[in-house]
Design a protein around this ligand. Structure first.
Ligand code: GLN
Length: 191
């Protein structure tokens, strides 16, 4: 199994370190040529969703990646990566728009945007959550499912093979979300 990490901007190195610890093969996607390498899952890291959306289009990565995601390839979006997958974005423009979630960018305000919490994540247990100028999910629809909430706000969701968190698991020691994403990939490979 090989996981590709979108590496245009933001916290991609930290995701690579998590995959390294889990012994999963991975490589970075920086340009269209990188898509020639086979991969079974994709991580969209945190960073600045507006910048990533522009670069995805400029580098002609948008359409090929959108097709793979729409086709069911497992994808894990953290923070800005979550925003890239949402069909509705308050305070921004949708990008891949493959997931039935409505998100609010910078939802906690600039001042309160960064904080730490611990909360239950469905099927996983209590995990540490680091938020940095984070969005939250205002609502899920279709078959999108709420995975975690903090103070009444939805901070993680899943729809089919798409998994998103408003927080940054790659900035914590806990490997459980990455591990469950790798299980999603294994499951798809088996089916
Ligand atoms: N506020 C950023 C955005 O809108 C997301 C923040 C993050 O990824 N840490 O893209």
């Amino acid at each position: 199994m090989t996981v590709a990490i979108l590496a245009l901007q933001g916290a991609f190195v930290e995701h690579a370190a998590m995959l390294e610890r889990l012994g999963a093969a991975h490589f970075e996607i920086r340009q269209a040529r990188d898509l020639e390498r086979p991969f079974d899952g994709l991580i969209l890291p945190g960073g600045e969703s507006t910048v990533m959306r522009k670069l995805l289009h400029d580098l002609e990565l948008f359409e090929p990646l959108r097709e793979r995601i729409a086709d069911g390839m497992p994808v894990f979006g953290t923070c800005a990566g979550l925003i890239l997958l949402a069909k509705s974005v308050d305070g921004g423009v949708p990008c891949f728009a493959t997931m039935d979630i409505a998100v609010k960018r910078n939802a906690y305000g600039r001042q309160l945007g960064s904080f730490y919490a611990e909360a239950e994540c469905k099927d996983i247990g209590v995990i540490p959550m680091t938020f940095i100028r984070a969005p939250y999910i205002e609502r899920v629809s279709g078959d999108a499912e709420i995975m975690a909430t903090v103070d009444g706000n939805i901070v993680a969701a899943r729809q089919g093979n798409q998994l998103v968190t408003a927080f940054h698991p790659e900035l914590c020691e806990d490997l459980s979300i990455h591990r469950s994403f790798l299980e999603m990939i294994e499951e798809r490979k088996r089916s």
